[in-house]
Design a protein around this ligand. Structure first.
Ligand code: ZN
Ligand code: ZN
Length: 347
């Protein structure tokens, strides 16, 4: 026993010494750095043979938390890679998840509030410089042309500098500007032999039109609400879906914030916090409807207000069943084809 104690102690001391030497010498630092760079530059994370859903942003604009980017959901299969909304800070999560930006097929926007579109230029640039060879397709309801035209105009000079610097063989100029594609809510928006993306109207009044999306792939399905009240059109479109990602507003958290802000006479905030109540879904209005629609797994994202720690997450989930998931950034859901299995990877 004593001998084992001495062996373990000696090993720990030697390991600590070795780590100190590595960390504090040029050769040691270079070796650690080379290893890290190889990991960073290796191919994106191992492919999953099915539909993988990655949360690249779970926050709403109400509240700040460096651990939560604004609304963004990635859907990846061996053949496809689509993003649904690209809120502020979401490119950071895409990099952390090592999403395969070079093969990004397109971006679907639910509506044009800033917290859903702010990272469009970064997503466009990142996928272009990582190897995308044709113009990025941006799908959305009426208004999409205005949004895409505006970003294209603002980034025209930037794209010119990059082509001049790196050459048009590396950065095809035609792949720089994005292409707007206006969809008709209620219809199939995108389709190939394996995947169908359908849009449907939601209720985010006065933002009109606002849509949600349903993605079907090899017998599996995910529905992404965008911003909406709990609404019939969504639950009709989501019938039988394996996974529903729904935006959610917690009165348990919001109401005391309104009271405190009012009592402290904070300008503007009480009015804004009250205005948002009637265009996001109350957490307590979702579970029964999801269950009636035969949804396999309800998961809440676009959290209003943003819970910033364990206490506020608990409060946000108050009144919800333990089966409902409050997602965090980099939560990952794997849906194997033609099965009912849902593999949930916590961040
Ligand atoms: Zn919105
Ligand atoms: Zn929003």
């Amino acid at each position: 026993m004593k001998k084992l104690f001495y062996i373990t102690g000696t090993f720990t001391v030697v390991a600590a010494l070795l780590a100190t030497v590595l960390y504090n010498t040029a050769a040691g630092q270079d070796a650690i750095f080379e290893r890290a760079a190889k990991t960073l530059m290796s191919q994106p994370s191992a492919q999953f043979d099915g539909m993988r859903v990655v949360i690249c942003g779970s926050a709403s604009p109400l509240g700040n938390d460096p651990n939560r980017a604004q609304a963004c959901v990635a859907v990846i299969t061996p053949e496809h890679f689509f993003l649904f909304d690209v809120g502020a800070r979401s490119p950071l999560r895409m990099a952390q998840a090592r999403l395969p930006m070079a093969r990004l097929n397109g971006v679907f926007l639910t509506h044009f509030h800033s917290d859903h579109i702010a990272s469009l230029p970064d997503v466009n640039l990142n996928s272009w410089v990582q190897g995308r060879k044709s113009s990025l397709q941006i799908y959305g309801p009426t208004g999409i042309q205005t949004v895409v035209d505006g970003f294209n105009l603002a980034y025209r000079l930037d794209q010119g500098y990059r082509v001049a610097h790196h050459g048009s063989d590396l950065l095809p100029p035609s792949a720089g500007p994005m292409t707007a594609i206006a969809l008709s809510p209620g219809e199939v928006t995108w389709q190939d032999d394996l995947m169908t993306v359908t849009s449907f109207l939601v209720d985010h009044h006065p933002v009109e039109p606002a849509v949600g999306y349903r993605v079907d792939y090899r017998g599996r399905s995910v529905v992404i609400s965008g911003d909406t009240m709990a609404t019939d059109t969504l639950f009709a479109a989501a019938q039988g879906a394996d996974l529903l990602l729904h935006d959610a507003l917690s009165r348990t958290l919001l109401d005391p914030m309104i009271t405190v802000a009012t009592e402290m006479k904070v300008p503007v905030l009480p009015r804004i916090m009250t205005d948002v109540i009637d265009y996001h879904a109350n957490t307590l209005n979702l579970e029964a409807r999801a269950s009636a629609a035969g949804i396999g797994q309800l998961a809440l994202y676009h959290l209003v207000p943003v819970p910033t720690n364990a206490l506020t997450e608990k409060m946000f989930a108050r009144g919800l069943s333990a089966d409902t998931i409050l997602v965090r950034d980099l939560h990952m859901f794997d849906l194997p084809p033609d099965s009912t299995e849902l593999l949930i990877h916590e961040p």
